[in-house]
Each structure stands twice: as structure tokens, then as C-alpha cells.
Design a binder for this molecule. Structure first.
Ligand SMILES: NC(=O)c1ccc[n+]([C@@H]2O[C@H](COP(=O)([O-])OP(=O)(O)OC[C@H]3O[C@@H](n4cnc5c(N)ncnc54)[C@H](O)[C@@H]3O)[C@@H](O)[C@H]2O)c1
Length: 433
């Protein structure tokens, strides 16, 4: 087996024929992640307008890019209103919270922007279909933030499967291990704790996984079913005497793995959510824990997101996939096993091993960034900046085929997510037509 072709990694750096101008909605974590591309590769893109209701974030991005004050907006609707007299930029990045994707994307398409739209693209299946209809009507380009499709690891895995390394795909086992503290941070205390205000866990966290599975199999998903629920993060599981906040002198603080003091103050994890640096004074963190949801007891939140999900997927032609989302793991990093008629692949998000049944040989693929490459600066195993690269190149050349996470492809995997959620809640098998 010689699979050297799998090692070709597309460089992150591209040259564009002009500096592509970017209007950013949401100067938070994702807005900054994507626009970092233009600082790493000057001349490719420039932020020329920014909207964020948080003045500090808005100005931090505005100052970094020299955005004039009249192009710094609070609510995203102000930016859309300003765009009615003519586009403010070539492209728009929509990196707002989940509930604020549909409205700006619909209007931005109407105004003629090409868009990088964060996932999940919308909160209902109908809204996803509306977005697709608007995109077809306007002919603009929309890339959805399914960054894993652009990460070198998943690209190589896809290439291996398309090249027939395992023969015909028969079944896949795929796990998204969320990691216990990340679950508590994002989906119990944090931005995504309420599925109705955002999106259900299967979309909020794992629409990437459904999308990757569909992409790897390369066929339409025709039926899904799902189970799961909240095993731990609910009031009846609270240890006796647990206080409303970890900072209220809770008798379990010090032993509880979900202690906010332990996660944020002692371990100093996830401090980006407070816009604090790792070496900030302890008092700054403790202040946030006393005043925000991030200091509340994980057993006394208003959360409704499941901490475990298992889903089965059936694809056209008969291939199946089983998928689990598991909160209770010590690490993150997706694990995938692909079983085919001629071989087997097992991977952990960084490295995968291919076994062939005919030769009995095995080969390992692991990511070696090309000389001088800045993949280490990119989240999601390189996928974040690689998506930005392909998006800018697609806008520059009008070659939509550079975007594997097109709106059309992404609608399909979102519909799988909504169907899984219906199945989980009602115990049905859901057919996708
Ligand atoms: N592609 C991925 O892998 C990935 C990873 C994480 C998050 N996401 C998604 O990206 C989106 C953004 O997530 P994030 O982590 O960057 O969140 P964030 O909270 O860091 O950033 C969102 C920003 O939007 C601003 N905002 C809120 N309401 C606004 C309004 N009405 N007008 C203007 N600005 C407003 C907030 O002040 C905030 O700065 C979410 O939908 C999330 O689910 C995608």
C-alpha cells in the first residue's frame, strides 16, 4: 500500500488578485478566528466594517483593522441598514450567536454579499430551506462554518476513502467526546445551555459530525434515529447541601469536578469567554463567577441540552453509521472507525491508521504541515483558517467548487440534525426525503 498522495497538504497561504473586503457581524471568538487569516497573510483580506453589541469587542476588532468609526456598528441590524445604500464590503462573516444567523444571512444575501455563515445556519429546518432558496435566487456564494471539512486530517481521510482504501464503506463508528469541563462550560452554564434559545445539542455541538459522516460516506442519509438525555446536570442529582453558586461556600467545592472555581480560577480554562488572559488577577475571575452564569452550580442551571446522545444513520445504498456524543470524557478530539469491504481505518482526529485485508499491511497517516506553514495557529486542527483560505479564494476566482461546505451540502446535514432531535424526543425513526 502506498498512499503518499494522502500527504499532500494544501498550503494555507494563497495570493488573491485583490484585497477582499470583509464586514464582520460578531467580533467574538469565531469572528476573530476567521479574520486572523488577513493578519497572517496580509494583502488577502481586510476588515472594513464590524458590528458587535459589545463595545469593547467591536473596538478591539475595529482598532486592529483601522475601521473608521462610521463603519463600527452595535446591533447587526444597523450594519444591514447601512448596507441598503450599497454593500459595505465584498463579503460578510456572520459569527453571531445561533439565534442570529437566519435574519442577517437572508438580508445579506438580498444585498448581494457572499457570506461565511457560522453553523448552525438556522434554528429550524424550514429556515434552512429558506436560506437555500434565497441563495439560489440571488446566486451569491455561501460557505457554512463546517470547518472540519477543510482540516488536513479530514481531507486526507476523505481522500483515502474516495480512493477505495477500505473498498466499499459498510459502516462507521464515530464519537464526539465533548470533555466533561467543556460540557459544563458551554452546554450547562454557557451560551448553548438552552436548546430553544440556541439550537439542540445535535446541531449546536455535533452538526459537524453529522456533516462529516455524510461527506465521508458520500451518499444521502435516508433514515435516522436517536436516543439520549441529561444523565447528570439536573437538580435531582445535586449533592446534598450544594449551594446555588460555587462561590457561596459550597461544601462540595474542592472535590466537585464541575466546580467553577476549579475550572476557571485554578485551572484557568475557557477564560476567553470573559475576555480575560490566563495570567489575569484571580479577583477578576472570581468577580465573573459571582455575577455570571459561569459561577452557578451545574445542578441548578436552566439547561436542557443532553449530555449523551447516540444516533444511528442509514445512507442510500445501505451503509450505516453509529454516532455518539459523550460529555463524560477526559479529552476532546473526534474518534472515527471506518469498516469497508477491503479494509479498515481508525483515527483520532490527528492520526489515522489504514489496514488492508488483502495485503495484511497497515499504514499510518499523520499530519506534517508543509515547511513554513501556520496551521498551528488555526483552530479545529487547521480547519478554521483553511476554510477562510478557500472562502477567500472562491470569492476571488468565483469558483464555488472550492467550497465543500456549500449551503446546499450543509442544509442536508442540518436536516439530519433536526430529524435526529425529533427522533430523540419522540422515540421515532425519521425518514429523510
Ligand atoms: N464552526 C465552528 O466550529 C464553531 C465553533 C464555535 C462556535 N460556532 C458558532 O459560531 C457562532 C458564534 O460563536 P462564538 O463562540 O464566536 O460566540 P461569541 O459569543 O464569542 O461571539 C458572538 C458575538 O456576537 C455579539 N452579538 C450578540 N448579539 C449581537 C447583535 N444583536 N448584534 C451584533 N453583535 C451581537 C456578541 O457580543 C459576541 O461578541 C455561534 O453560532 C456558534 O455556535 C462555530
Amino acid at each position: 500500500m502506498n498512499e503518499d498522495f494522502l500527504c499532500e497538504v494544501k498550503p494555507l497561504e494563497i495570493k488573491t488578485s485583490r484585497e477582499i473586503t470583509v464586514a464582520v457581524m460578531g467580533a467574538g471568538s469565531r469572528g476573530n478566528e476567521y479574520t486572523a487569516y488577513g493578519k497572517l497573510y496580509p494583502g488577502t483580506m481586510r476588515v472594513v466594517a464590524v458590528a458587535d453589541t459589545d463595545a469593547a469587542r467591536r473596538d478591539a476588532m475595529g482598532d486592529r483593522w483601522g475601521v473608521p468609526s462610521e463603519r463600527r456598528f452595535g446591533d447587526f441590524r444597523e450594519m444591514l441598514a447601512a448596507g441598503r445604500g450599497g454593500k459595505l464590503a465584498d463579503v460578510m462573516i456572520v459569527a453571531l450567536p445561533d439565534a442570529l444567523h437566519y435574519e442577517p444571512a437572508m438580508e445579506a444575501m438580498r444585498q448581494g454579499y457572499d457570506i461565511l455563515l457560522e453553523k448552525p445556519m438556522a434554528q429550524t429546518a424550514q429556515e434552512c430551506m429558506d436560506l437555500l432558496a434565497r441563495q439560489r435566487e440571488t446566486g451569491v456564494m455561501v460557505a457554512v462554518g463546517h470547518v472540519l471539512r477543510y482540516a488536513p486530517y479530514f481531507r486526507a481521510l476523505k481522500k483515502a476513502l474516495d480512493a477505495g482504501v477500505v473498498g466499499e464503506i459498510v459502516s462507521i463508528q464515530h464519537q464526539e467526546p465533548v470533555m466533561y469541563a467543556h460540557m459544563a462550560h458551554s452546554f450547562v452554564r454557557g451560551n448553548w445551555h438552552d436548546s430553544k434559545a440556541t439550537t439542540p445539542m445535535i446541531l449546536a455541538k455535533t452538526c459537524h459530525d453529522l456533516d462529516i459522516l455524510k461527506w465521508l460516506v458520500g451518499r444521502r442519509c435516508v433514515r435516522v434515529s436517536a436516543e439520549g438525555g441529561i444523565a447528570l446536570f439536573r437538580a435531582d442529582k445535586a449533592p446534598a447541601g450544594a449551594t446555588a453558586r460555587c462561590t457561596d461556600g459550597c461544601p462540595h467545592e474542592g472535590r466537585c469536578p464541575y466546580s467553577a472555581i476549579d475550572i476557571y480560577e485554578r485551572k484557568r480554562w475557557f477564560l476567553y469567554v470573559f475576555d480575560l488572559a490566563k495570567d489575569c488577577p484571580s479577583a477578576a475571575i472570581m468577580d465573573r463567577l459571582r455575577t455570571t452564569d459561569y459561577g452557578r452550580c451545574v445542578y441548578r442551571m436552566d439547561n436542557d441540552q443532553p449530555d449523551h446522545i447516540v444516533a444511528t444513520l442509514l445512507f442510500e445504498g445501505g451503509a450505516t453509521a453509529s454516532f455518539t456524543m459523550d460529555a463524560f470524557t477526559p479529552w476532546g478530539g473526534r474518534r472515527t472507525r471506518v469498516m469497508g469491504t477491503l479494509g479498515y481505518i481508525e483515527g483520532d482526529g490527528k492520526t489515522f491508521t489504514m489496514h488492508r485485508f488483502d495485503t495484511g499491511k497497515s499504514q499510518v497517516w499523520s499530519f506534517v504541515p508543509p515547511e513554513g506553514e501556520k496551521y498551528k495557529d488555526s483552530g479545529h486542527a487547521g480547519g478554521d483558517l483553511a476554510l477562510m483560505r478557500d472562502f477567500l479564494q472562491a470569492v476571488d476566482t468565483r469558483d464555488f467548487s472550492l467550497l465543500s461546505s456549500s449551503l446546499e451540502a450543509s442544509v442536508e446535514s442540518h436536516l439530519m440534525g433536526f430529524a435526529c432531535e425529533r427522533s430523540r424526543l419522540s422515540g421515532t425513526k425519521e425518514t429523510l426525503c
